[in-house]
Every structure is written in C-alpha cells, then in structure tokens.
Unconditional design. Structure first.
Length: 166
C-alpha cells in the first residue's frame, strides 16, 4: 500500500468515528484516536519539513544512520513494539481537534508528500538532517519515514477502535 492509499484509509476510517469516540481515552496514559491522528499529522509535517531543509542545504553530511536507523530502513518498517515517547509538551498530542481539523491535516500531509516527492530526485542524497533516534537521514529517507510511521500506528488504531462502541 503506497502512502496515498494508506493516508486515504486513515481519512476514510476517521469518517466513521463520532466526536466522542474520537476523544475517548479508555485508560490513563493511553492516547485517544484523535490524539493518535494528531500525532501522525504533526510528525508527518515535521518529517516533511526535514525534506525541505535537506533540499536547502549546500553541504554534504558524511555521517549516516544509527544502528537502529539502519535496521529500520533495512526492514522498511518500525519494529512491532509499542514506543513510549518522553513526556515533553510536543509529545502530548491534542485531544480537542475536530474531525474536520484532522481531515484537513491529513489532506495537507498528502499535498506536501506529493509536492516533496516530485523534488526528491533533484536533492543531493548526501544532504542530510539528523533524527534523534535514527541518525542522519536524507530527503528521500525522511519522506519514506512518513509512510513507515503511518503504517506503524495501524496496530494502535485497531487496538483503540476495539475499545469503542459503534
């Protein structure tokens, strides 16, 4: 499934939730579906900002990925584990976004993904921006990371949906 189909499936599923379901937190410390969607959008836009930064660089970076980054890109996916983010303000997604806001955010991600994709072949692969966990990534890797991240959260989405009453 390519990134367009993947994000479109998130959009389609989003239409099924009521606002109460979207904001439902079934357990302290566990995100609602709305928070998961907000997290996906914010992370994707951040990754796409990194693509733009790579495109603006004019100095090559010889350093590469961390061992975890190499493994991630070798298998083309995040490991099938739950990852707890540090408790920073940026890691606590909003639980007050409307369905329309989230749909608009997903549309923006799709638009920016497409726009970035058109330029990937023109960006020097040695122009890189550092990811805290995965090391130095180039524009194409940041772009690919968006889809990997959306796929990683599919299990969480199913888990959260199972706690809802439709």
């Amino acid at each position: 499934m390519n990134y367009t189909e993947l994000i479109e499936s998130y959009k389609s599923d989003l239409q099924r939730y009521s606002l109460d379901q979207l904001r439902y937190v079934f357990e302290l410390g566990v995100w609602s579906l709305g928070q998961m969607y907000d997290h996906l959008i914010l992370a994707a836009l951040d990754y796409l900002d990194k693509v733009k930064i790579c495109a603006s660089l004019n100095e090559e970076q010889s350093q590469g990925k961390t061992e975890g980054g190499v493994q991630l890109f070798d298998i083309g996916a995040f490991p099938p584990i739950k990852i707890k983010l540090p408790d920073f303000p940026g890691n606590n997604p909003s639980n007050s976004e409307s369905k329309e806001d989230l749909l608009s955010g997903l549309d923006l991600v799709l638009k920016r993904m497409s726009k970035c994709e058109e330029k990937l072949n023109t960006i020097n692969p040695n122009y890189k921006v550092r990811h805290d966990g995965f090391g130095w990534l180039n524009a194409r890797e940041w772009h690919v990371l968006v889809g990997m991240h959306f796929r990683h959260h599919l299990r969480q989405k199913v888990e959260l949906e199972q706690k809802l009453v439709f």
